[in-house]
Ligand binder design. Sequence first.
Ligand code: NAG
Ligand code: NAG
Ligand code: NAG
Ligand code: NAG
Length: 502
Amino acid sequence: MRLPILGTLILAASLLAVSEAQTFGSGLFPNFPFVACQRSQSAYKVASTVTSGGSNTYCFTLRVSVPDNCASYCCQDADLRKFELNVYRKCDISGIKLRATLDGAPAKTVPTIVEALDGKNDSTILRLPALGLNQSTADGVELCITLGPNSNGEGCLTLEELCVPPEGFPAGTCTTALFDTQNDCCPLSRVTVPPPSPPPSPPPPAGCSMCAYFTVVQTVPVAVPFTFSQADCDSFAATVSSGMDGLSIGAVVRPFELQLCSGSVVKVCGGLDYSGPADLLSATLENLASFWLEQALGGGTCPAYLLGQTISVNIGGDGDPINPPPSCGVSVTKAAACSLPTAADGPACDCNSRQRATPFAMVPVYTEKKGRFANTNMYCFDFLTIAPEFPNGPCGSTTTLAKVEFWVDDAYRRNLTSVGVQPSDATRMTWLAPSFATSGDLTLKVSNLNWSLSQARGARICMDLDKSVPMADFCLGKVPGHCWAALFDTSLKCCPLYIAST
Ligand SMILES: *[C@@H]1O[C@H](CO)[C@@H](O)[C@H](O)[C@H]1NC(C)=O
Ligand SMILES: *[C@@H]1O[C@H](CO)[C@@H](O)[C@H](O)[C@H]1NC(C)=O
Ligand SMILES: *[C@@H]1O[C@H](CO)[C@@H](O)[C@H](O)[C@H]1NC(C)=O
Ligand SMILES: *[C@@H]1O[C@H](CO)[C@@H](O)[C@H](O)[C@H]1NC(C)=O
């Protein structure tokens, strides 16, 4: 029984092939509008949006706009006589009722669907001639076409059924052509009924606006207040962003980004979606804040550049960096007050050792560099001038930095190869043999400086130390890694103490 059925199918298929071969179109002009004419550079076009007026009525809006720098007939003089659409051959059904209006008034003729004789196989067009428009009258004209079925109910009633879409475009996209009386110009437009705009999608959950603040304030007046650099800000922003992203209890709905980078405040904000209990969030953020504070302190103990200052890490809503308002019901504050050491913490001295006593100060950060020899490291201390606490006092009015003494373990005196001195007006560093006070005085003396204010501003003293001696061992004091120096005036009565760390 299988074979006869197969035979019938083959016969049906070949009949279909024969019927499909009954086509038309010379193929001379294979593309819409299937005649020789100027497709671009014209004063006319059809607006891309087609409105659907219901009852299978589709309205096209005509537009006039002369392209810049186009003096051709099509741009300047052509009238607008005929409207065409590229349509499917299957829509060429006898008896269908097509109607057209121009700005609501019946058009002079009815649209017709015809074969395109010089198109390719099956090319078909819908045509509405006798528009009678020109450049002064066409702009904004609404041309509506109603697609009605024939008495058998057949017909293409939607643009999806009617229009051959340009290659790659979805069903319902139509190509129009607008002809002048001479059929010289046929500007094309691609038009469609836009899909209904989707209902506005619910806005993404805003979550709570959450900010992390890093602040530094002076607890006592300090000679060289700390300021956040751009690099510090960027680094904190990255820390906060990754910390928030890593939260296991809430979702970041707006990425955390740097919002403020002033010298004393870093502000990093984002959005956090959290619906759990406030105390869980609070505990989590407290941990984060403590961790960030520790990082800001460079690992736990206060670095020299933060002495006399309080650094804090606060998390909460948008507002006061020190006391942020709660957000998601929570705000946390963590702070470390880095107290300025007292004179008792420093080397013994018989002079005014208060910071800011004289206009001379040491930068609270020293730098480590490659040493002068293969087995040495170099540590450099920088100097600057400041406003002294009592400018007219005996120390405040001094104008010479006579010598600098570092508080060091002189057991390592043989391990220091040399001391470099470079006031700001010197082009290079002068290397000197180290000079220590009497053994046991624990003092490295850099004497005979006699720097003026301007020489001290940007001056540098470097130590070339054997690599086997860590700087934290060489420098003495309660806090490992802090190096103390006394900056003497000529009278030797003023010797403000400064501390530097890496
Ligand atoms: C028309 O279709 C036939 C059969 O598919 C094909 O051989 C012919 O090349 C086509 N003509 C044009 C103009 O595309
Ligand atoms: C445009 O058409 C209107 C109305 O038919 C006519 O009055 C006008 O003179 C025409 N303008 C041009 C530039 O042909
Ligand atoms: C320091 O110098 C002394 C004397 O040259 C030497 O014996 C010692 O190994 C050096 N290093 C340390 C860490 O003491
Ligand atoms: C620095 O000043 C002191 C005291 O006035 C003087 O003895 C010394 O020679 C000066 N040193 C230099 C390098 O100018």
